[in-house]
Design a protein around this ligand. Sequence first.
Ligand code: HEC
Ligand code: HEC
Length: 149
Amino acid sequence: MNKTAALTLLLACMATALPGTLAAQMANPLRGQAAIDQTNRVHDFKPMMKEQPPLERAYVQQPPVIPHQIDGYIINANSNKCLTCHSWENYRSAKATKISLTHFRDRDGKELSNVSASRYFCNQCHVPQVDAQPLVNNGFTPVDALNKN
Ligand code: HEC
Ligand code: HEC
């Protein structure tokens, strides 16, 4: 085999092997091999639950889930919509649960006169619910103190 023939063979091998190698290196997406526009169906999202009484907690340290809609409730450096109802100042007139005292403590355990920065973005921990069947069965039972049955 002369030099040119060897080079041609090498290039031919690379051309066939390369796409396979690239495919093997590509991430395996969670949606499977379906094209994005086949899975991106916004109307499949479940509607948020409407206003309702507080939902039972599953364990004592659980951040209670939000029993009302929060669309458009903005939390940023200038304002926190949640606190307009849940702060100690406003909870009575809003008939809302007052924010937990634990939220006035910084990460070193120091008590503050206002909500700690680590608790400012409420929906880092508190989330609203949708009325949906659990995706995975769960046999978890609450501690006796919360088990009302
Ligand atoms: C317009 C007033 C209002 C705003 C704004 C508001 N809430 Fe509420 N929230 C309420 C009321 C009223 C309740 C129900 C209290 C009851 O029925 O005992 C409640 C209940 C809750 C509960 C359940 C408490 C429990 O003990 O189970 C959580 C958690 C909560 N809200 C979080 C939030 C978060 C987070 C935001 C901001 C994204 C927010 N709320 C904004 C009025 C408000
Ligand atoms: C880092 C997580 C975290 C963040 C952020 C957070 N919370 Fe909580 N929240 C909790 C946990 C955990 C509990 C339950 C245990 C406790 O009281 O600390 C709770 C309890 C509550 C309760 C129930 C209090 C009671 O007396 O039953 C309210 C109301 C509440 N939070 C509101 C808020 C609001 C409003 C914000 C934003 C300003 C917020 N939380 C931010 C974790 C968080």
